[in-house]
Design a protein around this ligand. Structure first.
Ligand SMILES: [Zn+2]
Length: 432
């Protein structure tokens, strides 16, 4: 009896201590993270890229690349003010502070200075919040920002016998065959990161990817076997803020070399909308495989070939480009290629031209030199050749001559279409 009493008492004491320590740990963690947030804000305001990145968890190379690109924009676009704070706990905002990893709703509120061409204009106020994770660095003990607190769907993709397995006469069913769980057994593995409520659309994305990768890889003459990561953002503001703080243009998808494919999708999005969106973004992934200077090629070429990658999966994907250029031709609104060559200087009014005029030129060029010729042309650009040099090399003419031939072709198509044309419909908005 006495023994039992003592045991119960000791147990109660132990439980109290554990609970006390946990509360203490949580409070300490929260305090430390609040200091980290203040330090991150100061680095952002000072446009100190190195200081900001010292607060970023570097264990995931894709997230690190995204954050490096995010931070690099601070040097281009100063931020007038920023507050990073921890939202109060709520039903959809669980808070968990622990010794090594803490998660909570992070609120980011900031102001962008008025655009350069309107210095008298109002600063632009932005605010987003999302479930965020901070991890304690084992070496330094410092807390580091690890991005969104995602749910992660790992998808193996369709099984495919590895080269070794194929060589065995009996194939995968032969008891002597290696088990198909080797990493080579799946060529199209995917990782989809999403927030709660997006489980089903994440699965649809993972299921759609292998077919898209098969098709687009063939269109680019590449074979990309690494795990393809996709991040699903619930709002455009959140997606924009993940790119960088000054990104305010509308979009529904994003990809840059070394980054994940980022998508804005609704939880109920079906294959019909997911496939063209994924194929466009994966078209960028494949383009970036062609050479180290791929991102320097004209913007219309990047978006044009991405739109071409999506043609097979988009309703009316091919014809929509021709309808758009014929309409612009008739209104005298075809863009000069130089006006749509640079993402940062293209006027918003020419946003659709980048995609549809670019796509139409890529179709025209492909009709002349075939898929292999188009790949070689893109490769020359991705290796850093100028538009003119790449065009001379692959088409045996200057780019000005190619442009003239393309405009003559558009004129011809417009003349052919004009007698039976329906009233002009407005161009479909660009996919992103
Ligand atoms: Zn794009």
């Amino acid at each position: 009896m006495k023994m039992l009493h003592l045991t119960a008492w000791l147990l109660a004491l132990l439980l109290l201590r554990v609970a006390g320590a946990a509360t203490g740990d949580a409070a300490v963690a929260r305090g430390e993270i609040e200091k980290t947030l203040a330090s991150m804000s100061a680095a952002i305001l000072a446009a100190d890229v190195g200081a900001y990145l010292s607060h970023v968890d570097d264990s995931d190379p894709i997230f690190l690349k995204e954050q490096q690109n995010w931070a690099a924009d601070l040097e281009r676009t100063p931020i007038s003010s920023i507050t990073l704070s921890i939202a109060e706990e709520g039903e959809n905002r669980p808070v968990r502070f622990a010794a090594d990893r803490s998660t909570f709703e992070l609120v980011m509120a900031w102001e962008l200075p008025p655009p350069k061409d309107r210095p008298e204009g109002k600063p632009l106020k932005r605010e987003v919040s999302f479930p965020a994770a901070f991890v304690r660095n084992a070496a330094t003990g410092a807390w580091r920002f690890a991005g969104e607190h995602w749910l992660v769907l790992e998808h193996d993709g369709p099984a495919e016998p590895s080269v070794d397995e194929r060589r065995i006469d009996g194939g995968p069913n032969d008891p002597a065959s290696p088990t198909p769980s080797s990493p080579h057994a799946h060529r199209h593995r995917a990782r989809v990161k999403h927030l709660p409520g997006y489980e089903q659309v994440a699965a649809r994305i993972a299921d759609a990817l292998p077919e898209i990768r098969e098709h687009v890889d063939a269109e680019f003459g590449v074979s990309i076997t690494r795990v393809q990561e996709v991040k699903v953002y619930p709002t455009m503001r959140h997606l924009q803020a993940s790119i960088y703080l000054s990104y305010v243009q509308g979009l529904s998808g994003w990809n840059e070399p070394g980054e994940s494919i980022k998508l804005l999708v609704r939880p109920n999005a079906t294959e019909l909308t997911l496939k063209p969106l994924l194929a466009h973004e994966y078209g960028h992934v494949a383009t970036f495989e062609l050479g180290p200077r791929a991102t320097d090629m004209p913007w219309w070429a990047l978006e044009g070939v991405a739109e071409m990658s999506a043609e097979r999966f988009a309703k009316d994907g091919r014809a929509s480009a021709e309808r758009a250029v014929i309409r612009w031709h008739e209104r005298g609104e075809l863009a000069d290629w130089t006006a749509i060559a640079d993402f940062r200087s293209t006027p918003p009014a020419l946003g659709s031209h980048v995609y549809k005029q670019g796509q139409h030129m890529l179709q025209f060029l492909t009709a002349r030199v075939g898929r292999a010729g188009r790949i070689a042309w893109l490769k020359a650009l991705a290796q850093g050749q100028t538009l003119d040099a790449a065009t001379r090399q692959e088409l045996g003419m200057s780019f000005a001559e190619l442009d003239a031939a393309w405009r003559a072709h558009v004129r011809q198509r417009a003349d052919l279409a004009s007698p039976q044309r329906e009233p002009p419909a407005d161009a479909e908005p660009p996919t992103r």
